[in-house]
Design a protein around this ligand. Structure first.
Ligand SMILES: Nc1ncnc2c1ncn2[C@@H]1O[C@H](COP(=O)(O)OP(=O)(O)OP(=O)(O)O)[C@@H](O)[C@H]1O
Ligand SMILES: [Mg+2]
Length: 435
C-alpha cells in the first residue's frame, strides 16, 4: 500500500468523547492508495485542540463584550443627563406645589418613572462598566440559602434542588448584585428543566488557583477565589448559541417571555468584581455555570453606618457643569438647602473666578466630562490655588473614575448622575463636615 500526500485535508471537528463531554479535534487526512493508485482507505491524524478552542472563544467573547460596554456607556452618558433634567425639574416643581394639588401626585409619578428609568439604565450598564457602588463583605452562603428558598417555592416539584456548600467565604460585593447573579442563573436553570424536571445544583467552594488552573481560566489573577457553581440537567445550550448567551438581548424565549438581559447582567457584575464566568453545556444533558469571584481575606471590615442627615447649610459653592439644565437643577436644589451658589457652564471661567476669589468658596462641585478642561484637570488646578478646597466630582455611570482615582486627585466626594435631591444633600453635607 502506498500513501500519497495529496490531497491532504485539514479541518476542525467537534466530537463527543466517551465520557460524554465534547471535544474539538484538528484532523488531517490523506487517502491511501494501492499500487495502481486506487483509493482503498484513509489515513488520519488527530490533534485535540479543545483548550485552544476554548481560549479563542473566550477571547472573542471578551472583545465583543467590551465593544458592547463601550457603546452602551456612551448612550448612557447622554441618557443620564436627560434623566437628570426630568427628575430634577420635577423635584424642584414638587417643592413649589401644595401637597393637596393633583399636580403634586402627577409630579410624584413623573419622578417615580424617572427613577425607574435610571435604575434600568444602571442595570443595563452593569455589563459595561466598573462597579461604583458601596461594597461590603458578603457571605455568599446566606444569599444562596435565601434564593434557594425563593426558587423552591417558585419551581415545580419535578425539579430537585441540591446545595453543596463546602465553605462559607465572603466577597467584597454589593449583596443585591450577588443576589441578582444567583437569581438569574437559577431562573434560567429552572426554565431549562421546566418540561422534564431535573436537578438544580448550587455549590460554593473556596479555591486557590494554581498556575495550571490559571492558564486554563483566562482572566484570573493570583489570589484566592470563591467558586459558585449553578448547574442543571435541563435542555442544554446548542453549540451555535453558546457564544451568544452573554450578549444583551440574546434570548431563545418567546417574545415577551425573556429580555435576554439576565446573563448579560450576570457577566457584567462578575467582570466588575474581577471575576470570571465559565459555561459548559451539552444539548440534552444540561448546563453548568461556574463563577469565580475574588474572595475577601480581610472580612472584618464592617459597613459604615450611613445614617441620613438631610440638612443644608449656608456655605458658598462654586458649581461647574457644561449643561445648562443640570446647572439649573443643581443650583435650584442647593439654594433650597440654603447654600450660596455661583454657577458657571465653562470650566475655564470657573478657574478664573476661583483664581480671583478662592477664599470666598467653601466647596466646588464640578462635572467630570466637559469640553476643553475636564473635571479632574480642573480639580488639579483648583487644588494648586487652594490645597484645602473640598471638591466634588459628578460622573456618569459610564465614566472611568474610581473612588481611589478621585481620592488621588484630592477630590473629596463623588456624585453619580443623574444627581438627585437626596444624593446631592448627602454628599455636599458630608464633604463639608469632613473638613
Ligand atoms: N441553564 C440554561 N440552560 C439552557 N439554556 C440557557 C441556560 N441559561 C441560559 N440559556 C440560554 O441563554 C439565553 C439567554 O439567557 P438570559 O438569561 O440572558 O436571557 P433569558 O433567560 O432568555 O431572558 P431573561 O433572563 O430576561 O428572562 C436563554 O434564552 C437560553 O437560550
Ligand atoms: Mg434569564
Amino acid at each position: 500500500v502506498i500513501t500519497s500526500g495529496k490531497p491532504r485535508i485539514l479541518y476542525e471537528e467537534r466530537q463527543t468523547r466517551e465520557d460524554g463531554n465534547d471535544s474539538w479535534l484538528q484532523t488531517s487526512k490523506v487517502p491511501m492508495r494501492d499500487s495502481r493508485g486506487k483509493i482503498i482507505g484513509v489515513l488520519g491524524t488527530y490533534q485535540d485542540i479543545t483548550e485552544q478552542k476554548k481560549m479563542e472563544a473566550h477571547f472573542q467573547q471578551a472583545q465583543k463584550m467590551e465593544a458592547i460596554g463601550t457603546l452602551s456607556g456612551g448612550i448612557a452618558h447622554d441618557f443620564n443627563n436627560i434623566l437628570s433634567a426630568i427628575i430634577g425639574y420635577s423635584e424642584l416643581s414638587l417643592s413649589k406645589i401644595e401637597s393637596e394639588s393633583p399636580i403634586h401626585g402627577h409630579l410624584n409619578k413623573v419622578i417615580k418613572a424617572g427613577e425607574r428609568a435610571r435604575d434600568l439604565v444602571q442595570q443595563i450598564l452593569t455589563f459595561g462598566r466598573q462597579h461604583e457602588g458601596e461594597l461590603s463583605p458578603v457571605r455568599i452562603k446566606l444569599i444562596v440559602k435565601e434564593v434557594a428558598k425563593f426558587i423552591r417555592a417558585a419551581l415545580p416539584t419535578t425539579i430537585e434542588i441540591n446545595q453543596h456548600i463546602h465553605d462559607d467565604p465572603t466577597v467584597m460585593a454589593d449583596p443585591t448584585q450577588i443576589h441578582q447573579i444567583i437569581m438569574n442563573l437559577c431562573t434560567n436553570a429552572g426554565h431549562a428543566m421546566q418540561e422534564n424536571g431535573g436537578i438544580l445544583e448550587i455549590g460554593i467552594e473556596s479555591i486557590d488557583p494554581d498556575s495550571e488552573f490559571m492558564g486554563s481560566h483566562f482572566g484570573l489573577q493570583p489570589g484566592s477565589y470563591i467558586k459558585l457553581t449553578i448547574s442543571d440537567t435541563g435542555d442544554g445550550i446548542p453549540p451555535e448559541n453558546i457564544n451568544r448567551i452573554f450578549e444583551p438581548y440574546f434570548t431563545t424565549k418567546e417574545q415577551g417571555k425573556g429580555t435576554g438581559l439576565g446573563l448579560a447582567i450576570v457577566h457584567g457584575i462578575v467582570k466588575s468584581y474581577g471575576g470570571i464566568i465559565t459555561v459548559d453545556s451539552w444539548a440534552g444533558k444540561g448546563t453548568t455555570f461556574d463563577i469565580y469571584l475574588p474572595s475577601n481575606e480581610d472580612s472584618n471590615k464592617t459597613k459604615e453606618d450611613t445614617e441620613s442627615k438631610p440638612i443644608g447649610g449656608k456655605e458658598r459653592i462654586l458649581l461647574v457643569d457644561d449643561e445648562h439644565d443640570i446647572i439649573e437643577i443643581e443650583k435650584g436644589i442647593l439654594e433650597q438647602l440654603g447654600y450660596v451658589v455661583t454657577p458657571t457652564v465653562k470650566a475655564d471661567k470657573a478657574l478664573e473666578i476661583f483664581a480671583e476669589r478662592a477664599d470666598q468658596f467653601d466647596l466646588v462641585i464640578s462635572d467630570l466630562t466637559m469640553p476643553k478642561i475636564t473635571g479632574d484637570k480642573l480639580a488639579l488646578e483648583l487644588i494648586k490655588i487652594r490645597p484645602d478646597i473640598p471638591i466634588i466630582l459628578c460622573t456618569g455611570f459610564s465614566e472611568k473614575m474610581t473612588e481611589e482615582k478621585a481620592a488621588s486627585l484630592g477630590v473629596k466626594g463623588f456624585l453619580m448622575k443623574p444627581v438627585t435631591v437626596n444624593s446631592l444633600t448627602h454628599v455636599v453635607r458630608n464633604v463639608l463636615d469632613e473638613k
